[in-house]
Write a protein that binds this ligand. Structure first.
Ligand code: AMP
Ligand code: ZN
Length: 475
């Protein structure tokens, strides 16, 4: 079965197949590395990850590129406030982002280019745009894209052309350097004093590249003139993606992307996330409250990508219960199949031959319907539980179950049976283990080590797992 997905540009749900017949090439706009990513950012990255996993498990090879935005107003201001070089500052936040991605079980992209490392490609792209009459330099050494030179501008966001001519929405939506009341946007920003050491040489003088330009340049560098798909959060449709299309198509004369995949925003307690309201959660803050990254992942995939999703702390508690339930059902099915320790790779490869879990995987191929897939996993668990199954049939169902779990990127918590973890872990030991989770979240390694010693002294061994811990009585 082929995967189908809604395309933001045509508003049609279309089958996905690689242009070159071999590898599906897609580009995701990456994080701005000036602080910790919040769970809204991760809604987008997790859904892109489920998209990739589902496509690969349906038998299509992928080439996934996701950039790092490591030069813009926010990163420069952040580095200056921290008294660090731009590179040192963004390197720390990149490391933090990678650690969060690992905790959330996100597959690393095949390429992760940084904007700073691709300034020559960006300068070359501007030169092409100038030669072709789509860009002009201004007195302060900046270069602007001439929106009126690209007739199709606004096609992705279905913008009213009159509104565009007036330039109202454009000037407001673009960032600080843009000209007032003019639709044109900056490709190159002439050096300003407040940028400090953060400038590069160019034919138009010293300065730095505009944000929209970096994605056009890096997408082309790694994936060619036309990609199979381009993706980001819905806030990027306009102006970022609209501007990327304009830059790329005017430079190459080719269509930029065959398909556009946008993820609708995550809301918190029914409203927009914001620092000032104090509802902007990071993984670290949620870990401090005792919630695992896998629970966060579950909450983020529990809603359909093209509808808003409301996040509450309560939903994390529900996610824990759901994951525990799935883990129990998986352990029971494994027992019926006579499999002790599953070899996950072999379980998910090839056609699962499962009667009950196949519809859950198919739900993902049908416009990435993650809530439907989760619902169908629970339906299948019930059906399998009630059915008479031979060991062979149980193995097939187990394969089907692991296939859809792998597509969703869900790793299951250890069950009591698995870990040999007695449910009679004393409360005192459990409390020490929880304190250690907190110490690790605080990066207080000394405290974490001494808590491990205390747990050992009480006769228990603690082992870290992907998203939690296991306690076993010491022999
Ligand atoms: P940024 O780090 O701001 O460049 O954003 C990284 C990605 O997160 C982009 O694809 C954004 O569109 C996306 N994003 C930002 N806020 C949210 C949100 N509340 N819900 C979903 N995605 C978001
Ligand atoms: Zn981008």
């Amino acid at each position: 079965m082929e995967m189908r997905l809604l395309d933001t540009m045509s508003r049609e749900t279309r089958a996905l197949s690689p242009r070159d017949g071999e590898t599906y090439r897609f580009y995701c706009c990456g994080p701005t590395v000036y602080g910790p990513a919040h769970i809204g950012n991760f809604r987008t990255f997790v859904l892109q990850d489920v998209f990739r996993r589902s496509l690969e498990l349906s038998g299509v090879a992928t080439h996934h590129v996701r950039n790092l935005t490591d030069v813009d107003d926010k990163t420069i201001r952040g580095a200056q406030a921290a008294g660090e070089s731009l590179n040192d500052f963004t390197a720390q936040w990149t490391d933090k982002f990678h650690a969060d991605c690992t905790a959330l079980n996100l597959l690393p992209p095949h390429d992760e280019p940084s904007a700073v490392a691709h300034v020559p490609q960006q300068v070359a792209l501007i030169e092409t745009l100038m030669e072709r009459g789509h860009a002009y330099a201004s007195d302060d050494g900046s270069v602007y894209f001439k929106v009126s030179s690209f007739e199709e501008y606004g096609r992705l966001s279905h913008l009213d052309t009159r509104e565009l001519r007036l330039g109202t929405s454009v000037a407001v939506a673009d960032d600080e350097y843009d000209k007032d009341s003019v639709a044109d946007f900056a490709l190159w920003k002439g050096r300003k004093e407040e940028d400090g050491d953060n400038f590069w040489e160019s034919p138009w003088g010293q300065g730095r590249p505009g944000w929209h330009l970096e994605c056009s340049a890096m997408c082309r560098e790694y994936l060619g003139d036309t990609v199979d798909l381009h993706s980001g959060g819905v806030d990027l449709v306009f102006p970022h993606h609209e501007n990327e299309i304009a830059q790329s198509e005017c430079a190459t004369g080719e269509r930029f992307a065959d398909h556009w995949f946008h993820i609708t925003h995550l809301l918190v307690d029914g409203g927009k996330m914001s620092k000032s309201v104090g509802n902007l959660y990071t993984l670290e803050q949620l870990a401090e409250k005792g919630h695992t990254a896998m629970q966060v992942r579950y909450v983020l995939i529990a809603g359909l990508y093209r509808q808003p999703l409301n996040f509450t702390l309560q939903s994390l508690g529900d996610a824990k219960k759901a994951l525990d339930k799935i883990a129990k059902a998986e352990a029971a099915l494994r027992e019926r199949a006579g499999i002790d320790q599953p070899d996950y790779a072999s379980l998910i490869s090839g056609d699962a031959g499962s009667d009950h879990f196949a519809p859950a995987f198919e739900a993902l191929l049908n416009d990435l319907n993650t809530p439907d897939a989760l619902g169908k996993i629970f339906t299948a668990m019930k059906a399998v539980n009630a059915a008479e199954l031979s060991a062979e049939q149980a193995t097939a169902e187990l394969r089907g179950m692991h296939r859809v779990l792998a597509a969703l990127g869900l790793e299951l918590p250890a069950t009591d049976a698995d870990a040999g973890e007695a449910s009679d872990v004393p409360d005192t030991v459990r409390a020490l283990a929880e304190k250690r989770v907190q110490a690790k979240a605080d990066k207080d390694w000394a405290a974490a080590d001494s808590l491990r010693d205390e747990i050992a002294a009480a006769g228990w061994a603690i082992k870290d797992t992907a998203d939690s811990y296991e306690l076993t009585p010491k022999a």
